[in-house]
Design a protein around this ligand. Structure first.
Ligand SMILES: CC(C)(COP(=O)(O)OP(=O)(O)OC[C@H]1O[C@@H](n2cnc3c(N)ncnc32)[C@H](O)[C@@H]1OP(=O)(O)O)[C@@H](O)C(=O)NCCC(=O)NCCS
Length: 205
């Protein structure tokens, strides 16, 4: 059985752990800088003492998964551990088109759908029941939250957070490090770094 280790021991780490196990992977341990968590267990897997510094003691054949929901923090951790191998996770109850591309470290949770010729960036998250339709491009470190729906050829920039239940119309562009609030409709573009939300149409704030 292939082995992985997870960086982070919070909510998203738990989801990554269960997605990994559903794929038949063994989660050997988790790493977290919160000392309160050292030597505890998360869903039966040990949290190592020593925090992220202890990753250097891990067998290099064990792939890592960054189980941290914060996009900027995921980017920083990926930079810190450049050169290590990262697993790409796809839950068996997700569907990924054979013509789609998932980059290293991307995570696709249960119920998610990745359609024809979509491209999902490094360490991006497609969360529970999120969907990316044909030709969608999702940048590195972006997070498509639970139940968000991206219609055909939507582009989502690096590090963007597309909130729970968002609906983005075909061809919409969500910029780098932008945030779209939960439940909003994206019917135009959201510029880089902008937070847009509201009932109905997402408007910049
Ligand atoms: C949009 C968002 C970023 C705003 O966060 P914030 O700046 O902390 O905003 P606040 O919670 O202080 O709310 C400010 C106002 O906007 C309203 N508001 C907040 N989020 C909203 C949303 N998604 N839709 C409509 N109104 C919203 C609040 O009710 C509040 O209104 P008020 O001033 O009349 O009381 C955040 O609410 C959000 O939706 N984040 C996405 C979360 C998510 O889906 N995570 C992924 C989980 S898998």
């Amino acid at each position: 059985m292939h082995q992985i280790a997870i960086i982070g021991a919070g909510g998203h780490a738990r989801e990554c752990l269960e997605t990994a196990r559903a794929m038949g992977l063994e989660v050997v341990c988790l790493f977290d800088d919160d000392r309160m968590l050292w030597d505890t267990e998360v869903l039966g897997a040990p949290v190592r003492t020593g925090g992220l510094d202890a990753v250097s003691d891990l067998d290099r054949n064990t792939a890592l998964v960054i189980g941290v929901g914060d996009n900027a923090r995921r980017r920083d951790i990926a930079g810190r551990f450049e050169g290590r191998s990262f697993a790409t996770l796809v839950h068996p109850f997700a569907w990924v088109s054979p013509s789609a591309e998932l980059a290293e470290g991307a995570v696709v949770h249960p119920g998610a759908v990745v359609q024809a010729e979509a491209r999902i960036g490094r360490h991006a998250i497609l969360n529970t029941s999120a969907s990316a339709s044909h030709g969608v491009v999702i940048g590195d470190f972006a997070h498509i939250a639970v139940g968000a729906r991206l219609a055909g050829i939507v582009t989502v920039g690096q590090g963007a957070l597309v909130g729970a239940g968002v609906a983005a119309r075909p061809g919409a562009r969500i910029g780098d490090w932008a945030t779209v609030g939960a439940g909003a409709a994206v019917i135009g573009d959201v510029a880089d770094g902008v937070t847009a939300y509201g009932e109905g149409r997402a408007r910049p704030r």
